[in-house]
Design a protein around this ligand. Structure first.
Ligand SMILES: C[S@@+](CC[C@H](N)C(=O)[O-])C[C@H]1O[C@@H](n2cnc3c(N)ncnc32)[C@H](O)[C@@H]1O
Length: 242
């Protein structure tokens, strides 16, 4: 198979939701041929994207510099924006030195991806985005259930939405994915109850990882915060797939 050679100085690479087998061929090519591999960590040494691509990095033919950035995950965007400024400047230095930089992104780079904050700062360079398989697609594949069919409506909500917004989305759409469940799990459980859709919901965490968990009976979930890498899929009960 012939892969078009990389012409870009800065490439955002989606590495999929967890299983390295879901890294696309183009993503693998870009990772293997990069001079600098950058990624975000939630704490020093803790990066989901780096973990997913770890096996490939071991196979890289030449020396690669790793450039991790620890981004504080809280509601105040100011500290995070400072890190993105710093990261953009560090990456720009490498680009100016003629290096090819890839930025590893968990799932798809531009679907709820922090990569967007770097792209906007570095877009004046020659950039490329390699799409990745997002967690919601991995979720429907894990359940072997279609996200949407025919005239069904489909929406993506976020655990960052308030209770009313989540209920409204659940009322208005046939299929709903609720991303960023983590800390918001109690609010999402309440929203599902208010919308009368608890029985139609499935909860998934760490999809594609060794510790993947699928809970089809959401009423059994403790009403407390769960891990960051978790989401809900809500689909109409009794829909016919013919
Ligand atoms: C910052 S967003 C990144 C989304 C990612 N770019 C994608 O395409 O799926 C992080 C959220 O994605 C979801 N997520 C990502 N990977 C996941 C996984 N392996 N299992 C469950 N949820 C995941 C969770 O809802 C998590 O809070």
């Amino acid at each position: 198979m012939k892969i078009e050679a990389c012409q870009s100085a800065f490439t955002g690479v989606g590495v999929g939701p967890g299983d390295p087998g879901l890294i696309t061929i183009r993503a693998a090519d870009r990772i293997l041929h990069a001079d600098v591999v950058s990624y975000i960590c939630s704490a020093p040494g803790r990066s989901q994207a780096r973990d997913i691509a770890g096996g490939l990095l071991e196979e890289a033919p030449g020396h690669q510099e790793e450039l991790p950035f620890v981004v504080p995950m809280n509601d105040d965007r100011t500290p995070a924006n400072r890190i993105y400024d710093l990261a953009a400047s560090d990456i720009q230095q490498r680009i100016d030195a003629g290096k090819r930089v890839v930025f590893l992104c968990e799932g798809d780079p531009l679907f709820f991806g922090s990569f967007a904050y770097l792209l906007i700062r570095l877009v004046h360079n020659r950039c490329e985005v390699v799409p990745g398989i997002s967690s919601m697609h991995a979720a429907s594949a894990a359940l072997q259930r279609p996200l949407t069919l025919l005239d069904e409506s489909f929406a993506v909500a976020s655990g960052r939405h308030d209770l009313g917004q989540i209920v409204q989305t659940l009322d208005a759409h046939d299929s709903v994915v609720i991303m960023k469940a983590g800390r918001s799990r109690p609010r999402i459980i309440e929203a599902l109850e208010r919308a009368g859709r608890t029985e139609e919901a499935v909860y998934l965490e760490y999809i594609g990882r060794d510790n993947q968990r699928v809970e089809t009976d959401v009423s059994r979930l403790p009403v407390e915060a769960g891990p960051y890498f978790s989401l809900f899929l809500v689909m109409r009960a009794g829909r016919a797939v013919k």
